[in-house]
Design a protein around this ligand. Structure first.
Ligand code: PEP
Ligand code: MG
Length: 588
């Protein structure tokens, strides 16, 4: 059994399909001088065919999934046309007499040396893009590659170091039942896609590629975050039962799509979706979300080679709004910095503590034109159409720390409104909200509330800042726990303050979709939750089996426990009794 991080719930069993590095052993023999022109031509041919490929993929993905998902292929095309990068390959073929494959292997080594040690997720993702491009080039240079998944039958468990963007798209054609990756953070491509498609997944499983061969039987337990390779008969039988229960439950829950989420005693809840773009908004609607509680706009920027302009942003926001008809859509302004950067808004120098550094609105404030453009695009997206009413759009600002920032943000929004009015550009009213994710803001919530229309609690960050434990570092994950007594106490006071002031409050961190945490939040008086669309059917089902007094009682009981472990096991035991049909999804 290998331990990792649970990134998408459920239990599944299948046959491993290992995606290894393609350059395990390139041909290192040197070219003869007369072979060099032909080798250069072979490489150029592969490059041309790869460019055709990524262009076709760009169109296909744009049509089927949406613009933001397709943008990655524009990045790939720019890599294939990058003169520095291509120049290196040419020079290694021509001057160092390497074969094209060996030159590409060297290219990967070169960029790995530059980028892999970076603590910056964005740079590491660019390495993934370069590898993706190189894999494509290599497939044209060597017909022997790309064998593998075709010969497997039945459910496949993809085992990879990390999934490359194009591989994620290709998974759509294969019966992928589970995903296991060595690299791991909740924000990796693999985690986001797995969650949005409801595929059980475990990340951060060190060394799993070395311990697994294609064809092995693999159990993925996405509730507990572990993986079992070639289990014995008894374990296999036990997990087969859990797997069956999980799939049955998922199919069963899909039917609650059109039901209003309400507790047994009639309290209505709003279950909203966290999305990264229009395609997620469509799956949110399919899962029965009541609207979009958190649209993380940074995805639009992360996959973009340059700053997206106002019109392009507007078009993307409109696409999301159209995918969520008659529902509220909360658009969060850019939240980069920390572990995510984009090249056109560079941080300049490396920071010692990026999560506590130049991040989110702190960074946006220093790019005023860019910030204004995004705010203008959001305001314009809220304009009524010729024959459509004004959509319900909310604007959400991440990482708010104090009142001065809120005043400054209001002033920028006012300025954008004045500009648009002067230009006779239609725009709509949007609610003005803050993410509550910095402990200082939680402490001062009573002073901040009069300055905002609504609050959205970002528990992923609030927990990491409160516990002083990096949310992406597995070494401190035992501390970075939303069910710790300190977190519960702080959340309770924030929810109480918002409710007392009559300000709408939502929680949009990962804990909203975790049954044990959800019930505690419900007990605190929270009624709006935003989560990955895949969690909505389960939480809706759980809601229907609870009453408010039960949730309040569970919160009280949890508050009597002194350790996170006791709180978690108490809640799990209680929930298993209250909603035994959810057992396949409840984590222990
Ligand atoms: C959060 O911090 O809880 C949140 C929802 O935002 P993100 O995960 O994008 O930081
Ligand atoms: Mg956050």
């Amino acid at each position: 059994m290998r331990k990792g991080i649970a990134v998408s719930p459920g239990v599944t069993i299948g046959t491993a399909y290992c995606i290894h590095e393609v350059f395990v052993d390139p041909d290192r023999s040197l070219l003869e001088s007369h072979e060099i022109p032909a080798e250069t031509a072979r490489f150029e041919n592969a490059r041309k065919r790869s460019i055709d490929d990524v262009r076709a993929l760009h169109q296909k993905v744009e049509g089927q999934i949406g613009k933001e998902a397709a943008a990655v292929f524009a990045v790939h095309e720019s890599i294939l046309r990058d003169t520095t990068l291509i120049g290196k390959v040419h020079s290694w073929i021509q001057d160092d007499r390497l074969t094209a494959q060996a030159a590409l292997a060297k290219l990967i080594e070169y960029y790995r040396g530059l980028l892999d040690r970076s603590r910056d997720d964005y740079l590491r993702e660019r390495l993934a893009d370069i590898r993706d491009v190189v894999e494509r080039l290599t497939s044209y240079l060597s017909a022997a590659l790309h064998k593998g998944s075709g010969v497997l039958s039945g459910p496949i468990i993809v085992v990879a170091d990390e999934l490359l963007p194009s591989q994620v798209v290709m998974l759509g054609d294969k019966p992928v039942h589970g995903i296991v990756t060595q690299a791991g953070s909740q924000t990796s491509h693999a985690a986001i896609v797995a969650r949005s498609r409801g595929i059980p997944a475990v990340s951060g499983v060190a060394g799993v590629l070395r311990q697994t061969k294609t064809g092995d039987t693999v159990i993925v337990d996405g509730r507990e975050g572990h993986v079992i390779i070639n289990p014995d008969g008894e374990i296999l039988a036990a997990y087969r039962k859990l797997e069956r229960e999980f799939f049955n439950l998922r199919d069963e829950l899909a039917h609650n799509r059109d039901q209003q989420p309400a507790t047994k005693d009639g309290e209505r809840l709003q279950l909203l979706a966290n999305i990264n773009g229009a395609s997620d908004a469509r799956s949110a609607a399919a899962m029965g979300a009541a609207g979009i509680g958190l649209y993380r706009t940074e995805y639009l920027y992360l996959t973009h080679a340059s700053v997206p302009g106002e019109e392009e942003q507007l078009e993307t926001y409109r696409e999301v709004i159209q995918a969520s008809p008659n529902q509220s859509v909360t658009i969060r302004t850019l939240d980069i910095g920390g572990d995510k950067t984009v090249p056109f808004l560079g941080r300049g120098q490396q920071e010692a503590n990026p999560f506590m550094g130049w991040r989110s609105i702190r960074l946006s404030f220093e790019h005023p034109n860019f910030f204004l453009t995004q705010i203008r695009a959001i305001l314009r997206s809220a304009a009524a159409g010729e024959d459509s009413p004004q959509p319900h759009v909310e604007m959400l600002f991440p990482m708010v720390t104090n009142l001065e920032e809120l005043r400054r943000l209001r002033a920028i929004v006012r300025r954008a409104q004045q500009q648009l009015a002067a230009e006779k550009q239609p725009y709509g009213n949007v609610a003005f909200g803050m993410m509550l994710e910095v402990p200082a803001a939680a402490v001062m919530i009573d002073q901040l509330l009069p300055a905002v229309d609504f609050v959205s609690i970002g528990s992923n960050d609030l927990v990491q800042y409160l516990m002083a434990a990096d949310r992406d570092n597995p070494k401190v994950s035992h501390l970075c726990q939303p069910l710790s007594p300190a977190v519960i106490r702080v959340l309770r006071s924030v929810v109480a303050a918002c409710n007392a002031a009559g300000k709408p409050v939502t929680l949009c961190g990962e804990m909203a979709g975790q049954p044990q945490a959800f019930v505690v939040l419900l007990g605190m008086g929270l009624r709006r939750f935003s989560m990955s669309p895949a969690f909505i059917p389960t939480i809706k089902e759980l809601t229907a089996q609870l009453t408010i007094p039960i949730a309040e009682d569970l919160l009280r009981k949890a508050e009597h426990q002194k350790t996170t472990k006791r709180i978690r096991s108490l809640l799990t035991a209680e929930l298993l009794q209250l909603a035994p049909n959810l057992k396949p999804i409840l984590m222990q």
